[in-house]
Design a protein around this ligand. Structure first.
Ligand code: ADP
Length: 330
């Protein structure tokens, strides 16, 4: 599928360049032939004047001067028109080229997304099924049982986030999601998500620091999804033994939320791209993690729907620091 896409892109690029070069060559040919015609007209007129007038006379010089003037104006006109055409053609070509490339890129990302999603849906189901079958079949020690149940819970929660992401992305795209605007206790909501996260990954050093009474106006489901996505990413993109910091506070009329990890971080040139739909850093060959490229796209949409902002900075000494600001309900 990816090869087919590459082949099509190559073919389209070749057709594009051939057509563009043909148009430019035709334009140059048009200019040269008109200019030649202009020159011939001038030569004819000069011969005509030569035969009709005395070359030493003032009248001859005057008329010759006029003919020269007509020739130069003709050339200036062709140059002006030609370059305007050329510039317009180049701008149009650039525009077409960029949109075709963008279209192909988007198509490729969509294909990757379908592959990733198939894997992401199947894995948690397979793991949960295996765990449940084991629990049914064997009498396990209590500790082991709890561990397996925890793992199963972790997988189902992952599946839940994934499905919410997919459903919401399609609903937000067609504007069919009705955002609810209720007054809510963001501190309470954050604590819930932080507890869920800590239960899901008990071995991960995790230090939530949540200020009380941070009230905002918004949609509970969406805000929960925002926090889960940021925390899941921090977990996914940093080594298991490294701490994750999660904080919520108030500053200048804003609820400020930060999720920091100590992973590899995000290169500066990628900081903008990661919020695009289906965007994932690297290529299929170099990526080690699974994902859909929907998480941060949704985070941005959710934050914007709450009239807030989301940015990413480098964490010190390493890793990423995602900062969300949402207006406080005064
Ligand atoms: P997904 O995680 O499913 O690929 P996201 O939209 O959540 O999709 O993230 C987009 C990309 O941004 C990821 O593929 C990853 O390369 C990068 N990214 C997101 N969060 C982090 C993080 N905390 N640290 C490093 N890279 C990250």
């Amino acid at each position: 599928m990816a090869d087919e896409n590459k082949r099509k892109l190559r073919l389209t690029t070749i057709v594009f360049w051939v057509l563009l070069l043909y148009i430019i060559a035709a334009l140059i040919w048009w200019f040269l032939s008109l200019n030649q015609q202009n020159e011939q007209m001038y030569q004819l007129r000069r011969q005509e004047l030569y035969m009709m007038y005395n070359p030493a006379s003032a009248e001859y010089r005057d008329l010759l001067h006029k003919a020269e003037d007509i020739r130069s104006r003709g050339r200036a006109k062709y140059i002006g028109e030609g370059s305007t055409f050329l510039v317009l053609i180049l701008i149009g070509a650039l525009f077409v080229f960029r949109s075709v490339r963008r279209q192909f890129k988007f198509q490729r990302q969509q294909q990757n997304f379908v592959m990733a999603i198939t894997h992401e849906l199947k894995t948690p189901i397979a793991v949960s099924r295996l765990n449940l079958e084991t629990l049914l079949k064997y009498q396990l020690a209590e500790e082991k049982k709890v561990k397996m149940l925890q793992m199963t819970l972790q997988e189902t929660l992952r599946l839940d986030t994934l499905i919410n992401n997919i459903l919401l992305a399609s609903q937000l795209d067609v504007h069919s999601y009705k955002l609810s605007r209720e007054e809510l206790d963001f501190s309470h909501l954050s604590r819930d998500i932080a507890t869920q996260f800590a239960n899901r990954y008990p071995d991960r050093p995790f230090t939530p620091s949540i200020e009380d009474d941070v009230d905002v106006e918004g949609d509970t489901l969406l805000l929960k999804l925002l926090l889960s996505n940021l925390l899941e990413n921090a977990n996914k993109y940093s080594p298991r033994e490294k701490p994750i910091t999660f904080s919520l506070g108030k500053k200048d009329g804003w609820a400020v939320l930060q999720v920091m990890d100590e992973g590899a971080g995000i290169p500066n040139e990628e900081k903008k791209n990661i919020f695009e739909k289906f965007y994932r850093i690297g290529s299929e060959q170099t990526r080690k993690t699974q994902g859909t490229g929907l998480g941060l796209y949704l985070c941005k949409k959710i934050v914007e729907d709450h009239k807030g902002t989301i940015t990413v900075e480098d964490n010190k000494p390493q890793g990423s620091n995602f900062i969300v600001r949402i207006p406080i309900n005064a």
